[in-house]
Write a protein that binds this ligand. Sequence first.
Ligand code: GNR
Ligand code: NI
Length: 170
Amino acid sequence: MALLPILKFPDPKLHRVAKPVASVDDRIRQLVDDMIETMHDAEGVGLAATQVDVHERVIVMDTSETRDQPLVFINPELVARSEEMTFADEGCLSVPDTYDRVARHARVTVRALGRDGQSFEMEAEGLTSICIQHEMDHLVGRVFVEYLSPLKRDRIRTRMIKRARDAQRA
Ligand code: GNR
Ligand code: NI
């Protein structure tokens, strides 16, 4: 097991498009386990492989109170999404200390492979639905700040660049 470094916005690597996983082998299972450890350590409810600079379609999530029910989605695809939308404040481990309102489909049905390589389908609502959409965006190189106004996004970019510079100096 290992903690993986998380890329921070505006790192251009966050905008890479992930490739499908060809086979769920030991390398992918190791990645999944490291991502779960990294997500739990960072106290996030989800993590996409893109955020740890691996550009393959792998997502881990854990929306449980007890932080002991990780979900794994390999090669996830949305097979259904509700017309109804939901609006909630989102945050991102790649954009620390930044929260803003984003519109998402209220309910989604996702099909993916699990850690065992078996295909499964899951219907989600609430935070799980929001998180699946947030993570699947990462896999196509999209960060939630891209849904905000250009003014807000530029302010966030400026603040993150300053933070990175300050961290470098410290
Ligand atoms: O930890 C996270 N919390 C969160 C809250 C609202 C909507 C989405 C998220 S995902 C985020 C972790 C993360 O950055 N995943 O990519
Ligand atoms: Ni995120």
